[in-house]
Design a protein. Structure first.
Length: 201
């Protein structure tokens, strides 16, 4: 069950040992915020294969992570403000891509690939390396790794709180750093200055 910071109201809430604040189920969260979530859904022009239920469940997951990380109870007004600030159109695109919708991926490629490529070129200072980095990032976004029958897509981490383009550039940067660190671990250290360079890097 997803857990949420408690708010006053008639819906059932509880506490547990790991999370000292009152929490509610995913279903209760969606029911409490159905009008607000519904208004976001109505504002989505291109929905691809995404259902309203999937959209609501993603918002529930996003809110769960956000409010749990805050480590304190939030009142209903702040909670509503949080949901209202979600970029519904971009979130819906991310959900559709995560689920493998071909038309969503075509839209994604047209809208975001060039800016991701530019970010990769800026980081690598090398066109072939930039191309390789982007292919790696796209694989992470599509979800080439599996957990059972489920693809592990980085798009599941997009919260809609901020532009999808900005988030994607951050993903490119993080993948660049991760790959750099991974390659450094396999690099043979022959001289003391090489060791110092790897440690400082």
């Amino acid at each position: 069950m997803l857990e949420y910071a408690a708010f006053p109201g008639p819906l059932g809430i509880r506490k547990n040992k790991e999370w000292p604040f009152a929490v509610m189920s995913k279903e209760d969260f969606i029911a409490r915020n159905k009008n607000l979530i519904g208004s976001l859904w109505l504002g989505v022009e291109q929905r691809y294969n995404v259902t309203q239920e999937q959209f609501a469940e993603r918002i529930a997951s996003i809110s769960s992570r956000a409010f749990k990380n805050m480590g304190e109870d939030e009142d209903a007004v702040n909670h509503s403000d949080f949901i209202s600030g979600i970029r519904s159109e971009e979130l819906c695109l991310a959900i559709a891509c995560e689920s493998g919708d071909d038309s969503a991926w075509r839209k994604f490629e047209a809208e975001y690939r060039s800016s991701m490529q530019a970010a990769a070129r800026t980081l690598t200072k090398d066109e072939p390396e930039a191309d390789d980095l982007i292919q790696f990032v796209l694989g992470e976004l599509y979800g080439i790794r599996l957990e059972g029958d489920r693809r592990l897509s980085k798009l599941s981490h997009y919260s809609g709180k901020g532009s999808l383009g900005g988030w994607l550039r951050a993903v490119v940067y993080q993948c660049f750093i991760d790959r750099k660190r991974q390659n450094a671990r396999f690099e043979q250290v022959e001289e003391p200055e090489d060791f110092d360079r790897l440690v400082s890097g």
